[in-house]
Write a protein that binds this ligand. Sequence first.
Ligand code: SIN
Length: 279
Amino acid sequence: MTIRITAASGAGAYVEGMQLQNLTSAEIALLREGLGEHGVLFFREQSLTPEQHIALAEGFGEININRFFTPVDGYPKIAQVLKEPDQQKNIGEKWHTDHSYDQLPALGSILVARELPTSGGDTIFSSMFAAFEALEPAMKEKLSKLTATHSSRHAFGAKAYENESEKEFAGRLGNSQAATQDAVHPVIIRHPISGKQALYVNPGFTLHINELDAAESEALLAQIYAHCQNERFSHRFQWEQGSIAFWDNRATWHSAMNDYAGQRRLMHRITVAGTALTA
Ligand code: SIN
């Protein structure tokens, strides 16, 4: 069957004609190139066991086991992304880029749908390539000289769970004593695969822009975030049984919709290790 990679509206691309078990090195190279070009790849009608999910991820690099997510029973390399019917909060609703708090941020994640609500629970991806491209030249020039500090402390440290409503994450997220990472990255990066430029700050984990005072940094980040949330850079992925999304953290933000009250949603996520980022 012919493999087709078709750009999606706003962000990412749909891959057809490929089953994700036992990929050849040529198929892996094609998908890697697709990530570098489109930032996120969407697949339908797949059927991966947890072992095949692990093998798929290992085709792209070493698995980066997330410190904070509860793993799937019997599979320490797979993070469980779960919301039970009686829970109010979901994991990952705020726009974010996974692992930007690490010195070597993860390449990306492969998310497999295991149990879906009857409706809702979509994931929205925003293209940081497109957001960068749409900036005015003067803004590109300004941002290209800046760096930002990212952290896991406020998001996964003990303080993050002080509010009553956050206590609901107990059993789903934890290990708050491991939230010790801070990392500095350029605000505009060159994508490690394609060399394309992308904005690399995000509402989930970026603390401040290093070269500015607190008020200036806050104002500039707010301006960038408002720009990045423009719908023309985003694609809303509707999950079906058999759907898989493979996103590249160096090129996208994502946000999981929390609009399926009273229903269960269970996803399996594996994160692939990445490299240092450069301007
Ligand atoms: C995540 O942020 O990794 C979870 C995304 C999702 O559940 O759709």
